[in-house]
Design a protein around this ligand. Structure first.
Ligand code: GLU
Length: 330
């Protein structure tokens, strides 16, 4: 295990409290946690609740309970505090202003009064299937000073995307090259009267909290080139990125949070042994050819990012049946 005190590996778990974590989240968070812990790294828990329309009552608390039940821990977070507190994005809105002012000062953002649907989507992390059409640049002729003349008219702050592709070496997928100008064009970083968007908040937080590696689902790949542009605009070094495959249903459909049976809270409440679940997740990551009941700590020495299958994890009815099989028999 290597431990570099000056540039210590720091990972993060950044769930959105929108409706209960499921098996797919559990696998991704286990991978993110082990990636940092296997190198003696630190872990931060941050709650991403900026989208008030999607935040569900009680979901924030349940998220913490679910991940503790799984056996994960963190050095900083809403329940343990830390030097970058608070760890809940809706409590950090003032902090994001500094990054926004920097973009304004550098002429990198302009007020956009285009459709509401476009603008409203911005508080939520845009998972791949939510990608809209490329913004045509309708309001790009404005400067940040033009915002004042808009009065009460609602607008979004759009970030000017420069020409050309953005490249990064993904720790899981290898080199990736995406042109954000073709992907969606100038993207939203804030809204008048509401505050920062997901893209701005996540970059501001990862940069100021000292996060050195981001490990998350590959549905967030379209966000990464945008976030790298924001790091550059802030004069910060981006973290490393690893985008891992999601969990899907047998038909290939992405696991949805609304499907009760695959939710961690449901499994926990029905008495499923978390050791069995962790063993199942480790098996699904290719670290063992059988399901070994275990805790996340047991895999710190056996973690291998490269062994994770490149295809999505198919959660079959047998996986659920196996997790719940011992319940009636005790
Ligand atoms: N909070 C985001 C989500 O749950 C993930 C953010 C990230 O990992 O960058 O969709």
């Amino acid at each position: 295990m290597t431990l570099d005190a000056d540039h210590r590996t720091t990972g993060r778990l950044a769930p959105s409290p929108t409706g209960g974590l499921h098996l797919g989240h559990a696998r991704t968070f286990l991978i993110a946690w082990l990636s940092a812990r296997s190198r003696g790294g630190r872990m931060i828990f941050r709650l991403e609740d900026l989208d008030a329309t999607r935040t569900r009552p009680g979901a924030a608390e349940a998220t913490l309970v679910d991940l503790r039940w799984l056996g994960l821990d963190w050095d900083e977070g809403p329940d343990v505090g830390g030097p970058s507190a608070p760890y809940v994005q809706s409590w950090r809105k003032d902090a994001y202003r500094a990054s926004m002012d920097r973009f304004k000062g550098a002429g990198l953002v302009y007020p956009c009064t285009c459709t509401r649907a476009d603008i409203e989507r911005a508080a939520t992390a845009p998972h791949a299937e939510d990608e809209g059409p490329t913004y045509p640049g309708t309001c790009a002729g404005r400067t940040s000073e033009d915002a004042e003349a808009l009065g009460d008219r609602p607008f979004a702050w759009r970030f000017r995307v420069p020409e050309g592709p953005v490249e990064w070496l993904d720790r899981f997928r290898g080199p990736i090259k995406i042109d954000p100008a073709r992907l969606g064009g100038d993207f939203v970083v804030g809204r008048s009267g509401v505050g920062p968007s997901y893209q701005l908040a996540v970059v501001h937080d990862d940069a100021t909290m000292g996060v050195t590696e981001v490990v998350r689902g590959d549905d967030l790949i379209p966000s990464t080139p945008r976030q790298i542009l924001l790091y550059r605009a802030l004069g910060r070094e981006p973290p490393s990125f690893a985008h891992v495959p999601l969990a899907v249903e047998p038909g290939g459909r992405r696991l949805a949070k609304r499907d009760g049976s695959i939710k961690l809270a449901a499994l926990r409440e029905s008495g499923v042994d978390p050791a069995k679940l962790v063993g199942r997740l480790a098996h699904a990551c290719g670290w063992s050819d059988r399901v070994e009941p275990s805790s996340p700590d047991d895999w710190v020495g056996r973690f291998d990012l490269g062994a994770i299958p490149r295809e999505p994890w198919v959660v079959t009815p047998e996986v659920i049946a196996d997790l719940t099989s011992s319940l009636s028999g005790g």
